[in-house]
Write a protein that binds this ligand. Structure first.
Ligand code: ADP
Ligand code: MG
Length: 726
């Protein structure tokens, strides 16, 4: 049993690193051993079954019943050989995490015996019911069932004793109740649209893929200290806590050597991750004390998202073993860097050619410029929507604060690409067609060194980094399926418009190449206002962005309106990603989630003020009062007037902070009651406008008290302890 703050500090200080389980052999010998991948399939499925499964993975075709039976039986045999006793459909409800409900393979049989069973229908579809997941009104109680259906493009895997089958989660009427469904739909939309544009450039039947490489940032806090902080436990961030005198000013944590206890954690995490086929590549210290990052090599998008979610749950369990708690919140500590999940996004041909990579030939460079212009236009037209895809009650604290990108979406292109586009704008007739094949776009060779683009701008929310865009505004706790689906949808829609415009030009007699080039020029001309390479933190940028017509809204519930504008509904409809009903339902979920998060924070803070801080502040105030009283007895009048004013002032200060905090906490309580009568958007706006500011005000009082009250009396681990003990 830990005895309060000092007991926890002592325990944390005395911890030895928990030795990581050393993998017996080299990584390649166990990599992916817990995954039903092609290697495993070769051992458990017939060649004919494998052929159909591969086709379904590559083309997204549905498996027919008899094939599903074969797959299920092979999968079951493999899982049981691996020691699994249960199976689950693993899905991504709108709560943000992942969900699973384990079923045993064992089925009761006659005469009191059991038999292990797992049929094709159980592999392909289930009804977990799961009626308590948020659905925004898509499921009335009479049709409350939700269905999960296997997504063969992400392989099954084993966690502990359970075979996990990645699935989509949909309602009785086929509406998406999860993050995976729209992601998969958006990936196919962008693939199709890109392949169509490539046709104009002379490539028939192009196989395009969407790729994602995420970088997961997080904090680690010793579990004993964590257990002494109700705010971290219940609301994932510190709701009070004065700055530590030293935090990240010295920049000495960034890329420093990873502390031994953390290193053992990382090794275990990598071991577990490799077994599940997560291609982890880099690990390092981040800027803030106790902040770290881990990133894999990029993968096909749907798989990359699954791997991120899987890794996040591995991180939680591995951290427990090492007596750490992982904080995924975007801003767990005030005043120092928050955590993001940079999403490196690109489109490429399945042969490895990047559509956002400059090439060597004119054809390749035209393709590069065309795709770049389309991405820019998509981001320009949907800058508000893209912001809506990354804001959340937690990420709102990070955007625009220390180091993080501001709450305005713009694109950093870098000098080289910008000047290329500007050059294109100035020249009317760049295409000199020599013969059918050989032509020159007349732009000087694009320097190949773009990939190691050094003029990196950390303040940009969306930056071109040589062969991909890095969406930096995404938060560390997010399911990146949401921002990725929005980006894919926006780009798919734009590519479709581009294709239509090019076709029109061709119909009116323009040569195909020239039509693409001219349309690329016009596309860029229409959206160059999205490009901004300057300092995104400055106030001038906020004003300039507003002048350019970019979305500068900062209220999270209002930003969510972007999901249901006519423009968004139209783009989602044309690309087939989500219907208007689905979009509206999602917003209901988002607003409700926002309100509940703020509601929880306010209740936790109110409790902490009343039960933890104010009693201690009063005790300390009494010590001061006692001292003043005794001084008055012992000192002469002159001495008293000389020595006691400071103390008297402090007594009054304490009284003031306590009064303000109490009044505010009471106000918050009555607001919570009042707002509980509201619904949806109205409720979220009330929480944002009226209640959230009180949380910050109370915090200020608590943090001032922390500065005044005797350190020996202070009940909660302080920032310097949470951040520097490891
Ligand atoms: P940095 O921190 O410098 O941005 P990292 O190495 O931490 O770089 O992460 C870069 C991420 O971008 C990795 O996941 C990497 O695999 C990914 N990436 C590299 N090339 C591409 C690409 N063409 N498309 C998508 N992601 C990519
Ligand atoms: Mg990065």
């Amino acid at each position: 049993m830990i005895n309060g703050r000092f007991g926890a500090v002592e325990q944390a200080f005395q911890r030895e690193p928990v030795k990581a389980v050393p993998p017996a052999r080299e990584t390649s010998s166990y990599y992916g051993c817990n995954v039903f991948n092609r290697d495993t399939m070769r051992r458990y499925l017939s060649s004919e079954t494998r052929r159909v499964v591969y086709e379904s993975i590559e083309k997204g075709a549905t498996l027919d019943k008899s094939v599903a039976e074969h797959v299920a039986s092979g999968m079951k045999r493999w899982a049981m050989d691996m020691g699994a006793t249960h199976y689950t459909h693993w899905f991504q409800p709108l709560t943000g995490g992942t969900a699973e409900k384990h079923d045993s393979f064992a089925e009761p049989h006659s005469y009191g015996t059991t038999l292990e069973q797992f049929s094709g229908s159980k592999l392909c579809q289930q009804e977990p019911d799961a009626s308590s997941f948020p659905n925004g009104g898509l499921r009335n109680t009479f049709e409350a069932r939700g269905y999960t259906a296997w997504d063969p493009s992400s392989p099954a895997f084993i966690l502990g004793d359970c075979l996990c089958v990645p699935t989509v989660f949909i309602s009785y009427n086929g509406e998406a109740l999860d993050y995976k469904t729209p992601l998969i739909r958006s990936v196919s939309a962008v693939k199709r649209a890109a392949a169509d544009v490539l046709k104009c450039l002379g490539t028939e039947n192009a196989e395009v893929s969407a790729y994602l490489g995420w970088e997961q940032e997080f904090f680690l806090v010793d579990s004993a200290l964590y257990a002494q902080r109700p705010d971290l436990m219940l609301s994932d961030r510190t709701l009070l806590g004065h700055d530590s005198a030293r935090n990240q000013q010295l920049d000495d944590h960034y890329f420093g050597s990873i502390p031994p206890r953390v290193m053992e954690f990382m090794k275990d995490l990598e071991f577990e991750g490799y077994k599940l086929g997560i291609p982890l590549k880099t690990r390092h210290n981040e800027v803030a004390p106790n902040q770290f990052e881990i990133a894999p090599v990029f993968e096909e998008m749907n798989l990359a998202v699954d791997h991120n979610l899987l890794l996040m749950s591995l991180m939680r369990s591995v951290a427990d073993r090492h007596k750490f708690k992982v904080l995924f919140h975007e801003k767990p500590f005030n005043g120092i860097n928050g955590s993001g999940k940079h999403c490196n996004w690109s489109l490429g041909l399945t042969d490895g050619t990047g559509l956002l990579s400059p090439g060597k030939t004119d054809e390749e460079n035209l393709r590069f410029l065309a795709f770049m212009a389309n991405v820019l236009k998509a981001v320009y037209d949907n800058n508000g929507l893209l912001k809506a895809s990354i804001v959340s009650p937690s990420n709102a604290h990070r955007l625009g604060a220390t180091e993080a990108p501001p709450a305005i979406v713009s694109v950093f292109l870098g000098m080289q690409v910008t000047s290329l586009f500007e050059e294109l704008m100035d020249t009317e007739d760049m295409v000199k067609i020599k013969d059918k094949k050989g032509y020159s776009i007349g732009i000087h060779q694009i320097p190949e060194l773009l990939i190691d683009n050094t003029d990196r701008n950390r303040t940009s929310p969306f930056a071109f980094t040589g062969n991909r865009f890095e969406f930096r505004a995404v938060g560390s706790s997010a399911n990146c399926a949401l921002p990725m689906a929005v980006l894919n949808t926006a780009v798919a829609y734009q590519l479709k418009q581009f294709k239509k415009a090019v076709d029109k030009r061709i119909a009116s007699g323009e040569d195909a190449v020239k039509a693409v080039l001219n349309e690329t020029r016009e596309t860029y001309r229409a959206c160059r206002d999205i490009c901004f390479d300057g300092n995104g933190y400055s106030d001038e940028w906020k004003e300039e962005a507003a002048r350019r017509g970019l979305d500068t809204e900062t209220s999270v519930p209002v930003i969510y309106d972007q999901f249901t504008t006519e423009k968004t509904i139209n783009a989602y409809k044309e690309t087939g990603v989500l219907s208007e009903v689905e979009l509206r339902a999602r917003n209901e979920v988002a607003w409700n989630h926002y309100s509940m998060k703020i509601d929880i924070e306010s209740r936790v803070l109110s409790d902490m003020a009343y039960n933890h801080i104010i009693p201690v502040a009063i005790r300390f105030q009494n010590v001061l009062l006692e001292n003043v009283l005794k001084s008055r007895e012992l000192f002469t009048r002159e001495e008293f007037e000389k020595y006691s004013p400071q103390e008297l002032r402090q007594i009054k200060e304490i009284a003031d902070y306590i009064n303000i905090a109490r009044t505010m906490a009471d106000d918050m309580d009555s607001m919570c009651d009042e707002f509980s009568k509201l619904e949806g958007r109205e409720m979220a706006v009330a929480y944002h406008d009226k209640l959230a500011p009180c949380i910050e005000e109370i915090r200020k009082c608590m943090d001032m008290l922390e500065m005044i009250v005797d350190d020996q009396m202070w009940p909660l681990p302080k920032y310097r302890e949470l951040l520097f003990i490891r």
